[in-house]
Design a protein around this ligand. Structure first.
Ligand SMILES: NC(=O)c1ccc[n+]([C@@H]2O[C@H](COP(=O)([O-])OP(=O)(O)OC[C@H]3O[C@@H](n4cnc5c(N)ncnc54)[C@H](OP(=O)(O)O)[C@@H]3O)[C@@H](O)[C@H]2O)c1
Length: 240
């Protein structure tokens, strides 16, 4: 099991879901873990969890949609050994019905947000940068062409950055459907119907959780021979 003692890790989106599970794993393995997201309440709650279990963790508010905020953060945050970006908001909707403003906002949040972090935050050449995308890049749904395009763009971005930023290793992890707070906005019954349908369809017979994806992030961050690739953690959703 890799140890991250004396290493600095940044998890952008580390207050919830995949980001929080990833921060918990890094902090549990000794990393000095910094989490960022927009909400002070989410930061306080996440830091309480991380430090109660004995981890070394701190946090700052940051909105990755803002060029200035990201640049100011990067200018004062120092260098990290590993950076993970899980943040992003992308509303579902068909191309012909989703308002163009919402489509632009989705790209600005998940694609340009990750791009802003990748261009500004300093990562040590011996370390890694990991972007969390999504398996819709490979398997579009009936109202998710935009998410497919954003995730595919992120997966392409890591392949290019792995060359540009070498020897820094750059990878993506693309989840399928997960039980995370991302879906809290849905009506409870609708959410359960969505999960039940996934359980019937997926070869693994269950819906994933944030810890499943955190394991993959830890793998690509820790494996010195892995760069420019995407790991799909989707219960077989891409082939089902
Ligand atoms: N859950 C799934 O089923 C699923 C499936 C495929 C792909 N994914 C992808 O996996 C990633 C993580 O999803 P999740 O399920 O962990 O979501 P989540 O539980 O909703 O967590 C998202 C995190 O990102 C932060 N965030 C959102 N917008 C931000 C912004 N503009 N600036 C800074 N922080 C921001 C949120 O905190 P604040 O609100 O405080 O900013 C939160 O900490 C996302 O890219 C998602 O698209 C998820």
């Amino acid at each position: 099991m890799s140890t991250y003692a004396d290493q600095r890790v940044l998890v952008v989106g580390g207050t919830s879901g995949v980001g929080l599970a990833t921060a918990r794993t890094f902090a549990g393995r000794g990393a000095d873990t910094v989490i960022v997201s927009r909400s002070v309440d989410k930061l306080d709650a996440a830091l309480a969890q991380l430090t109660t279990s004995g981890g070394k963790a701190s946090g700052r508010t940051l909105d990755i949609r803002s060029d200035d905020e990201v640049e100011q953060f990067a200018a004062t945050a120092g260098a990290f050994d590993h950076v993970v970006v899980t943040a992003g908001e992308t509303p579902m909707g068909r191309v012909d019905t989703l308002p163009l403003t919402e489509a632009y906002a989705a790209m600005d949040s998940k694609f340009w947000g990750a791009y802003r972090i990748a261009r500004a935050v300093r990562v040590k050449p011996s370390g890694s940068l990991t972007l969390v995308a999504g398996h819709l890049s490979q398997r579009p749904g009936r109202a998710s062409a935009l998410q497919s395009a954003i995730n595919a763009a992120l997966e392409a971005l890591v392949r290019g950055m792995a060359l540009e930023y070498a020897p820094l290793r750059v990878n993506a992890v693309s989840p399928g459907l997960l039980r995370t707070p991302l879906w809290e906005g849905l009506d409870d019954a609708d959410r359960e119907r969505m999960y039940e349908a996934a359980v019937r369809r997926l070869p693994v017979g269950r819906v994933g959780d944030a810890a499943d994806v955190a394991e993959a992030v830890i793998f690509v961050a820790g494996n010195a021979y892995t760069t420019g690739t995407t790991v799909y953690v989707d219960g077989g959703g891409t082939i089902a």
